[in-house]
Design a protein around this ligand. Structure first.
Ligand code: CA
Length: 246
């Protein structure tokens, strides 16, 4: 990978607005919450959205499974005791089709349950009640594991992407990134070697699918190239963008 022009901001963090990067986080992670207790579902959604996750909520197992099979989520938070179709069945049916990371919420803490759930393909579980911080930390870890980046820092040549602190360094120096720019780089870096279309990128950045607006992605890519070098993100004309696997 070639690195060309680099713009490194050497101003103090407060001058370059770093607080806005480390503050309310914007992230590319899309999460499905399947939880029938409406109050808990709302609390989870709010907490995850404040952390920059984009969330969908399903209030029963049938809707949950439908959503999980229909869309590519980065992770699913799945309650066990659900109307219509319980969490176990949702998990079993989902695993026939998809490997989306699943974190189970359960009121039970019997050892047999945990083993059974892990056998069925759950990736992690939390016993209610739990701390929201723990749920968020575990979700981030699940997503990292799922894309084979167990470490929170992704290294691409001279570029280091710290997905936990949400900062990016080029040759060891912090580079000022807006939250959307960071989210775009993170998305491409997590999917190295895979072509991402403009509309896929737009959907990850904004949580909605609006192909007519997907050219805003070009603007972000152009800003990212000014900061990290033109060769960092490659265009596939008419298709989308890719960061080449090393
Ligand atoms: Ca429940």
């Amino acid at each position: 990978m070639t690195m060309r022009t680099t713009t490194i901001d050497r101003s103090l963090p407060e001058q370059r607005g770093l607080a806005s990067i480390a503050g309310p986080r914007e992230s590319v992670m899309r999460v499905l919450i399947v939880e029938d207790e409406v109050d808990l579902a709302n609390v989870l959604r709010q907490a995850l959205e404040e952390e920059g996750f984009v969330c969908d909520v399903a209030l029963d197992g049938v809707d949950g499974l439908f959503n999980a099979e229909s869309w590519d989520y980065d992770a699913i938070v799945l309650d066990l005791m659900l109307p219509e179709l319980d969490g176990r069945e949702v998990l079993t049916k989902l695993r026939e089709q998809k490997t989306t990371p699943v974190l189970i919420l359960t009121a039970r803490d019997a050892l047999g349950d945990k083993v059974d759930l892990l056998d069925r393909g759950a990736d992690d579980y939390l016993t209610k009640p739990f701390a929201l911080e723990e749920l968020i930390a575990r979700l981030r870890a699940l997503v990292r594991r799922a894309v084979h980046h167990p470490r929170p820092v992704i290294e691409l040549g001279e570029v280091e992407i710290d997905t936990v602190a949400r900062v990016l360094r080029l040759s060891g120096e912090l580079v000022t990134m807006s939250p959307k720019e960071f989210a775009l780089v993170e998305l491409l870096a997590l999917h190295q070697g895979e072509l991402m279309t403009r509309s896929q990128i737009y959907e990850h950045l904004y949580g909605e699918d609006d192909a007519t607006l997907s050219n805003v992605v070009d603007v972000f890519v152009s800003r990212i190239r000014k900061k990290l070098g033109h060769g960092f993100v490659r265009t596939r004309r008419g298709e989308g963008y890719v960061i080449d696997a090393e």
